[in-house]
Design a protein around this ligand. Structure first.
Ligand SMILES: [Cu+2]
Length: 176
């Protein structure tokens, strides 16, 4: 009889302890959680997008004038690259199966003439820093599209870095 009531008391104590624990967990869960930093460890890419384009033979789409010097069967991929690591790195190459060739380019102004050229040494990514690939600057050039890139499409792009790391990202086709 005595042991039974003792056991009952113990169960009560344990339930109280459990309740306190649950409340503590609930308090933790409801506490504001700061989002993980976008550039955590290593390399990452945000806001990856590509210009819409038709394949060779079709009329160039509106807004494609910058790509006209390559014949209209091309497109470009833009993104923000972040290096969350402790050492500098360099974007040296990219691959995508939507184009026959993929190059790292930079658009520059020579007087009034807008030109773009291959960036032979790649794009520098300082430790803890980020670099923007954007219209009028750096871009991943898709030369000789093997398929049309329509608004809303998406396709994988694999980025290669001097460190030997690779990063496969998804480019979404949208208007600039
Ligand atoms: Cu280009």
């Amino acid at each position: 009889m005595q042991s039974k009531s003792f056991s009952g008391r113990r169960t009560g104590v344990m339930l109280s302890a459990l309740l306190v624990l649950l409340l503590a967990v609930a308090a933790c869960a409801s506490a504001p959680v700061s989002p993980a930093p976008a550039s955590g460890q290593g390399l990452s890419a945000q806001d990856v997008w590509a210009r819409p384009a038709k394949t060779m033979g079709d009329a160039p789409v509106e807004g494609e004038t910058q790509q006209m010097q390559h014949g209209g069967a091309n497109s470009a991929v833009y993104m923000t690259l972040a290096n969350g690591g402790a050492t500098a790195d360099r974007l040296t190459a990219a691959k995508a199966d939507v184009a026959k060739a993929v190059e790292i380019h930079e658009t520059t102004m020579e007087g009034d003439v807008m030109r773009m050229q291959q960036v032979q040494e790649g794009i520098e990514l300082p430790a803890g820093g980020q670099v923007e690939l954007k219209p009028g600057g750096y871009h991943v050039m898709l030369i000789g599209l093997t398929r049309e890139l329509a608004v809303g499409d998406s396709f994988p792009v694999t980025l290669e870095f001097a460190s030997g790391q690779t990063l496969t990202v998804t480019a979404e086709v949208r208007q600039p």
